[in-house]
Every structure is written in C-alpha cells, then in structure tokens.
Design a protein around this ligand. Structure first.
Ligand SMILES: NC(=O)c1ccc[n+]([C@@H]2O[C@H](COP(=O)([O-])OP(=O)(O)OC[C@H]3O[C@@H](n4cnc5c(N)ncnc54)[C@H](OP(=O)(O)O)[C@@H]3O)[C@@H](O)[C@H]2O)c1
Length: 340
C-alpha cells in the first residue's frame, strides 16, 4: 500500500520536513504490519530533524521512534500477534534482552532506520510489545523512549529502593516519567523546573520537593539543604554540560548519577576528582531492551499508571508539534494522533 509519512533530509530545520508517499510492502515471514494510530515526540526527534543528532541522517528518513497502533496483517510464522492487537514498536528493533551492544544502535527507529511517523509500518514481531490495556493509543505512544529510558535508569540500572531520594531535572518527557516511576517505588522526589506552574503540576503527581532552577541558579545548594547536607541517592542527569557539575554536588557520597541527556549541550567542565573522592557511580543508559519494555509495561498495567500527555496534535500539524516541543512549553509528552 501507499502511506503518507513525514521524512527529514537530515536538517537543517523542522520546516524541511516533507510529507511524502511511501511504499509499504506486505509483511514477510515473521513480520507484522501496523496501522499507526499515535506517535510521541522526543528531544531526539528535534535533534534529528535539525541535523544535530550525533548519528546524522543522510537520506530521506521517516522520523520519530515512538509509535503505536493496530496490527492489520501478519506474515508467515508470526505467532505472537494477530490482526486487531494493539502494539508499540521498541526504540531499538534488535535489542531484545541483555546489556546494550554497539550493533543495536543500527536498529534505532527514526534515526538509523525509518521511524514511525507514517500511516502504516511493517515491524519484525520481535520488535513489538503490547500496549497496556488501560492506555489509549496516545498514552501508549509515550512509552518507547522517554518512558523506557526513565524506567531503565531507575529500576534495572540504579535499583531504586523505597526511601531513596531521587533528583529529577526539568519537567520534560524523561523527568516526568522518572517522577512517576520513582513514586511507584516509594522514593522521595526532588524535581527542578524553570516554571512554578510546572512545579505545581509536578507536586500534583507526587513530587515531594520542588526547586525553580531559574530563581535558584545554584539549585544544588537547595538540594543539599533539602537532604540535610547529605545529597540525593540517585540523579537522572538529562541536562548535560551545564547541569552535570551541579548534579555531582547534589548527590550523596557513593550515590548514583545516571547519565541520560544533554539538554544544555555537551560542553562543560566535569570535576573528575569528585568521582573518586565521593566514590560516585556514573553510568549511562540508552533507552532499553524489549525485555525491559515488557517489565515496565507489567508495572504500568498493575498500577494503572497513566503517562502524562501534555498536548495532542493532528498528523497534518506535525511541524507545529515539533515547534511546540522546541519551545519547551510542554510538561511530559507531546503526541501526534493519526486516529480518524
Ligand atoms: N540516553 C537515552 O537513552 C535518552 C533517552 C531519552 C532522552 N534522552 C535525552 O534526555 C534529554 C531529555 O529528553 P526529553 O525527551 O525528556 O526532553 P524534553 O521533553 O524536550 O525536555 C524539555 C525540558 O527539559 C528541561 N530543561 C531544559 N534545560 C534545563 C536545565 N538547564 N535544567 C533543568 N531542566 C532543563 C525543561 O523543563 P522545564 O520547562 O520544567 O524547565 C524543558 O521543558 C535530552 O537530551 C534527550 O536527548 C536520552
């Protein structure tokens, strides 16, 4: 069939996106054709369409990693899914289980390979998981990148425990999921934002302490005050160059910094000596595997957790959705709906 899809030539601007007609072949052996119903956007998609992603897209590529929809047909040998099933694509199509390996990077949707901002896409059955039943398509579409990254950071990587204090930076997609998963595990949450209104929304979701990082540029001092001078147990570091040294000052001795993002860029000075002197664990995560995705979805289903969807745009308004994400006015996730 012919599907409409948003493609990027690799930048330099959101407005260089083209709405193209692409051929979708019928599913082959072990493949599944999915009518895409909703797509969520990530900071990474902005980097890809503006040509700033480290692994640059070089030809017309369908954008976005996070999409879900309904199975419409299956190829030979498909046993896991049938037409009518509600499914989500895994960010890395080839990372099934175990630790990350370099070659999985070649299977990243909306970067190394075509993404999901298309009316229909064919996936290998191993690269799909089911949407938790209580979630809408718009909610399900938020899970593959921001949701799974926060889950991986807190649960399989940092092993968050009830009673831990977790520091989250800003109220974008990863941090808001971090807030929800930290509370699910009985942790205390300190979250920062540039906006008091967003901090109110974070409190409504269960944040214990909030800090406006514009009003408190030295927010690490406030973090230390709120933790009796000790520091937090875990930081989900999404800020990069500007925030990393402050995160190092915010964490307790022998605490953990999970390195996720570079919202403020990669340039900065890291006081390396502190890592040894404070016996810190500094560990990167890169989204997560299908096995982690399934574990996260079990927890989401059991606790009937609902992802935070800030705003839904129509498929035709994709460029507006990306501009809105770029303005950073959102709290949680920005979604594009393809439902009729
Ligand atoms: N390693 C991985 O696997 C992985 C996966 C997902 C994302 N990431 C990376 O993680 C980062 C966050 O991604 P996202 O999708 O959550 O982004 P996002 O939704 O676009 O986050 C935007 C928000 O970040 C906050 N922010 C910006 N500058 C900040 C600063 N100096 N201090 C604190 N907060 C700041 C702002 O929150 P307020 O408006 O509240 O101030 C802003 O609204 C990106 O760099 C992304 O590439 C990495």
């Amino acid at each position: 069939m012919i599907a409409k899809a948003f493609r990027t030539p690799g930048g330099p601007s959101i407005d260089d996106l083209t709405l193209d007609e692409v051929d979708v072949l019928p599913p082959g052996p072990s493949q599944v054709a999915v009518d895409i119903k909703a797509v969520s956007l990530n900071f990474r998609d902005l980097a890809v369409v503006t040509g700033r992603y480290p692994r640059r897209v070089t030809g017309p590529t369908i954008i976005a990693s996070d999409g879900c929809g309904e199975v419409v047909s299956v190829g030979d040998g498909v046993s896991t899914f049938k037409p009518g099933d509600r499914v989500i694509g895994s960010f890395f199509q080839n990372w099934n289980t175990g630790p990350f390996a370099r070659e999985y990077g070649n299977s990243a949707l909306g970067g190394a390979i075509d993404g999901v901002l298309t009316q229909q896409r064919v996936f290998d059955q191993a690269g799909l998981v089911r949407i938790p039943e209580h979630l809408s398509y718009a909610e399900g579409a938020t899970l593959p990148c921001a949701g799974l990254t926060a889950w991986n950071a807190l649960v399989p990587t940092a092993h968050v425990q009830a009673g831990d204090t977790v520091l989250l930076l800003g109220t974008g997609g990863v941090s808001v999921f971090g807030l929800q998963f930290a509370k699910l595990h009985g942790a205390r949450v300190i979250i920062t934002s540039s906006s008091d209104e967003k901090l109110e929304r974070a409190r409504a979701l269960g944040a214990d302490e909030t800090i406006n990082y514009k009003q408190n540029p030295e927010w690490e001092k406030e973090v230390l005050r709120l933790t009796g001078g000790v520091g937090v147990d875990i930081v989900l570091e999404v800020g990069g160059g500007e925030t990393f040294p402050r995160s190092m000052s915010s964490v307790r001795a022998s605490g953990q910094i999970v390195v996720i993002g570079v919202l403020t860029g990669v340039a900065g000075t890291v006081p390396l000596g502190l890592i040894g002197l404070q016996t810190l664990s500094v560990r990167g995560v890169y989204v997560g595997s299908v096995a982690m995705f399934e574990a996260m979805n079990r927890a989401i289903a059991l606790h009937r957790l609902r992802p935070v969807v800030d705003k839904v745009f129509s498929f035709e308004k994709t460029r507006d959705a990306l501009h809105y994400l770029q303005s950073a006015r959102h709290f949680g996730k920005v979604v594009i709906s393809l439902e009729k």
